[in-house]
Every structure is written in structure tokens, then in C-alpha cells.
Design a protein around this ligand. Structure first.
Ligand SMILES: C[S@@+](CC[C@H](N)C(=O)[O-])C[C@H]1O[C@@H](n2cnc3c(N)ncnc32)[C@H](O)[C@@H]1O
Length: 196
């Protein structure tokens, strides 16, 4: 994909997001993932990790109740409970427990601040995903779904394998609305295999 085309596409989703009242163009990524894989079901309860400014939460809240978590603050949204906290910290998990015990899907668009050192950024992205998976294992109902953004690289295959062992169907997905062809990919996992 040429740079020119990437810019055009980015601009297109930015304008569409404004027009349709979404807080971020990333809303379209979740819409595309959900149109294809049906990860959000009507009447469900969901945890949205790395939720600010709220584009994914806006989409998920149309299906059911959302508990959203981010390091950064987020403006209130209907049907969304917001927790400001670090998803890698136990205290944040305890706060989530204060609102939900079991959920139908855990979705994570969390990503580290980009340092420019790809090896480091990739490792941080995988660390965030490890923690998102931990939260998924803690809260998902049997049969529940998990979506997680990850930067491709050295640690990606082993993380993907780990997810494969815990879900019935796992697909790496690059949504059309992603900014670049590059490194960003979403792992879409359905049918959590609950051991307990
Ligand atoms: C791409 S943005 C998310 C956009 C959001 N999904 C939306 O549609 O509006 C990534 C977010 O991940 C958050 N984040 C990164 N590391 C985090 C962590 N350890 N705990 C909680 N949030 C984190 C960042 O603060 C940032 O807001």
C-alpha cells in the first residue's frame, strides 16, 4: 500500500468517525471485526481494555453493558462503567471485580506509547496482551470471546499459541480500518475453554 493511499484511508475513517459521532476512528476496526466474527452478542457484558477515548466502548455499549479500563481518563458514556487504572496491576483487576464477575467478551485495543524502538514496543505490546489474556481468563464465561491488539514480531507466535490452547477458534485479523499495513494485528479468539 502506498503512503498516499494510507493517508487517504486514514482521512476517510477520520471523517467517517466524526460524521457518525464516534470518538475515534478505531471504532470502525471493532465494527469490522464484529461484522466478520460476531464477538459481541446482544444483551452481553463486556470488558474493554485500553478504552480511552471510548470508540470501542461506544460500539460495544450498543450490545450490552461495558466495563472500560484505561490509564487515561475517559468522558462518560451510557451503559459504560469506567475505571481509570493500569490493566497490568492487580488493584485494577480488583476494581473490575467490584462491577462484574463474569463477562461474555474481553476486548483489548490497549497499546504502549510508541518509543520508536520496535523491539521494545513489540515486547511491551505482548506484555499488555499477556495481561489482557489474564483478565480474559479471570472473567470470561465458558464459550466467551477475546479480541486483542498486538504488534507482530518475535514474541507474537508464542503468544498466539498460548491463546490457541484456550479458545476453540483463533484468527489473526488485520482490519481494513487499521492505519498501516504494518505491524498491528488483532487476535480474534472465540469459545473460551474454561477449565473449572
Ligand atoms: C489505541 S488507544 C485505544 C483506543 C480505543 N480503543 C478507542 O476506540 O477509543 C490505546 C489505549 O491503551 C491505553 N493503555 C496502554 N497501556 C495501558 C495499560 N497498561 N493499562 C490501561 N490502559 C493502557 C492507552 O492509554 C490508550 O488510551
Amino acid at each position: 500500500m502506498t503512503r498516499w493511499y494510507q493517508e487517504k484511508k486514514r482521512d476517510h475513517y477520520y471523517k467517517e468517525a466524526k460524521k457518525q459521532g464516534y470518538r475515534a476512528r478505531s471504532s470502525f476496526k471493532l465494527i469490522q471485526i464484529n461484522n466478520r466474527y460476531r464477538v459481541l452478542k446482544k444483551g452481553g457484558t463486556f470488558i474493554d481494555l485500553g478504552a480511552s477515548p471510548g470508540g470501542w466502548s461506544q460500539v460495544a455499549a450498543r450490545y450490552g453493558k461495558v466495563v472500560a479500563v484505561d490509564l487515561l481518563p475517559m468522558q462518560p458514556l451510557d451503559n459504560v462503567i469506567f475505571i481509570q487504572g493500569d490493566i497490568t496491576k492487580e488493584e485494577t483487576i480488583e476494581k473490575i471485580k467490584g462491577h462484574v464477575s463474569e463477562v461474555d467478551a474481553v476486548i483489548s485495543d490497549a497499546s504502549p506509547n510508541i518509543s520508536g524502538n520496535y523491539t521494545m514496543d513489540q515486547a511491551r505490546s505482548v506484555w499488555i496482551c499477556e495481561n489482557a489474556l489474564k483478565i480474559a481468563e479471570e472473567f470470561l464465561k465458558g464459550g466467551g470471546n477475546f479480541v486483542c491488539k498486538i504488534f507482530e514480531g518475535e514474541d507474537y507466535p508464542s503468544f498466539l499459541n498460548k491463546v490457541r490452547q484456550k479458545f476453540r477458534m483463533v484468527k489473526p485479523h488485520a482490519p481494513k480500518a487499521s492505519r498501516k499495513k504494518s505491524s498491528e494485528i488483532y487476535i480474534v479468539a472465540k469459545g473460551y475453554i474454561k477449565e473449572r
